[in-house]
Every structure is written in structure tokens, then in C-alpha cells.
Design a protein around this ligand. Structure first.
Ligand code: NAG
Ligand code: NAG
Length: 210
């Protein structure tokens, strides 16, 4: 929770410095605001329609994003910021658990990758997603530099996470439950960001075209 708060604050700080001149320094994501039925339905349908090959990840996606339903307010751009914010906190939780796990030595590569992913998110991906979240879904362009940055970053995260998963995480997932949450959030982040825009860069999170 503390990590999530820090990440949200980082995104908030980035947005605040950008918007200070306009006097619109509202936080981008607020947890547990009362949400309309429509805003909640968007989360349910959005998670279901993007995580189409992983019902387990779709369920996790829904549970992880529901507290932000009001902030997301039926926008994939804002849902993208929310799911990556959540993913980063879950990857940080996993890195912490792996450090205290007995076999940590064998997972050093994973821990390093997770640390780098969290740092990269704070420096680049989350600020870019903060800017994207201020744009209406139908106004975001395929060549938006922030979107391309996020897309490329997330593709690398996905490749590295799968490598880590197959290289050892899968073996210990029952003993380190945060690895399952991290896996779900990572899949859901890739799905929410890329599936609604498959035509922009025809590569789905499952590695095949629809
Ligand atoms: C989930 O999506 C599938 C197909 O994408 C659809 O058939 C199904 O009705 C959806 N379920 C819910 C609960 O929205
Ligand atoms: C949610 O989106 C609708 C339609 O875009 C807008 O009219 C409304 O003001 C938004 N609500 C909040 C709380 O931002």
C-alpha cells in the first residue's frame, strides 16, 4: 500500500508540476471514490474484453481496477495509467518478497529486472501515462510519442517478465503468492494498453493477431 501511494504520488507530482500553471493540480488517480454503475461496468467489460485469453487475469484486472473506477471514468487512457500504477506496485511487492525468499540467489536476475522495471516506470512510463490520461480516448493518436514510449517499455517488460516466469517464478508461485498477482497485473496492463489499439501495432499480449 505504501508503495502504491508513492507511485500515485509520483504520477501526481508529475501532473501537478505540469498543470500548476493551469491551476488544475488534481490527483490523476484517487482510490475508492463513489463510482457510477456505468464506470464499474466499464471496468468489468474492459477487463473481460482485453484479457480475453486469461479469465484468471480478467478477474484480477477487475479487482485491481475497481477501486479506481470513478477516476478511470470509462476511459482506456486513464485505465492504462491505473493498471500500470497497480502493476508497478505489485512488481515492487514481488521483488521485496523474492529478496526474503530462501532461494533468492537463483532469482537474482528476476529481482534486478523487477527493480529496473519499477525504476523505469517512475522515471518514464508513469509520467507518459499521466500525460496520456489527460487526453480523451478518441483524441489519442497512434504516433503519440508518449504512447509509443509506453508501448515499447511495456513490450520489454512483458518479454522480461515471461523470461523470469519461465526461468523460475513459475516453480515457486505457490510459495510466493505475490508472483501470481504480479503475473496477472502484468498481463492485464499489456492487455488494457494494447488490445483496444491492435491496429496501431498489430501485436496482442498473447503474441498473435486477433
Ligand atoms: C466477456 O467477453 C466475452 C467475449 O469477449 C463475452 O462473450 C462475455 O459475455 C463477456 N462476459 C462478461 C461478464 O462481460
Ligand atoms: C466522466 O466523464 C464524463 C463524460 O466524458 C464527464 O462528463 C464527467 O464530467 C466525468 N466525470 C468526472 C468525475 O470526471
Amino acid at each position: 500500500m505504501r508503495v502504491l501511494a508513492a507511485v500515485v504520488l509520483t504520477a501526481f507530482a508529475a501532473a501537478a508540476s505540469r498543470c500548476a500553471a493551469a491551476g488544475a493540480n488534481k490527483p490523476l488517480l484517487v482510490e475508492n471514490l463513489p463510482a457510477s454503475a456505468e464506470a464499474k461496468d466499464f471496468i468489468r467489460a474492459g477487463c473481460n474484453e482485453t484479457c480475453i485469453r486469461r479469465p484468471d487475469a480478467a478477474r484480477a484486472c477487475y479487482e485491481l481496477l475497481l477501486p479506481y473506477a470513478a477516476s478511470i471514468n470509462s476511459s482506456y487512457n486513464r485505465a492504462s495509467l491505473a493498471i500500470v500504477t497497480v502493476m508497478v506496485s505489485k512488481l515492487a511487492d514481488l521483488a521485496k518478497d523474492l529478496r526474503s525468499f530462501g532461494e533468492a540467489g537463483k532469482l537474482e536476475g528476476c529481482i534486478r529486472m523487477l527493480d529496473e522495471t519499477v525504476a523505469g516506470a517512475r522515471d518514464q512510463a508513469l509520467p507518459a501515462l499521466g500525460r496520456i490520461s489527460a487526453i480523451a480516448d478518441d483524441k489519442l493518436k497512434a504516433k503519440d510519442p508518449d504512447f509509443l514510449l509506453v508501448w515499447n517499455w511495456l513490450r520489454d517488460v512483458d518479454i522480461n517478465f515471461v523470461k523470469c516466469w519461465d526461468g523460475g517464478l513459475k516453480r515457486i508461485m505457490d510459495r510466493v503468492p505475490s508472483s501470481i498477482v504480479a503475473d496477472h497485473s502484468e498481463y492485464a496492463a499489456a492487455a488494457i494498453i494494447s488490445r483496444p489499439r491492435l491496429k496501431w501495432a498489430p501485436q496482442s499480449p498473447d503474441g498473435e493477431n486477433p
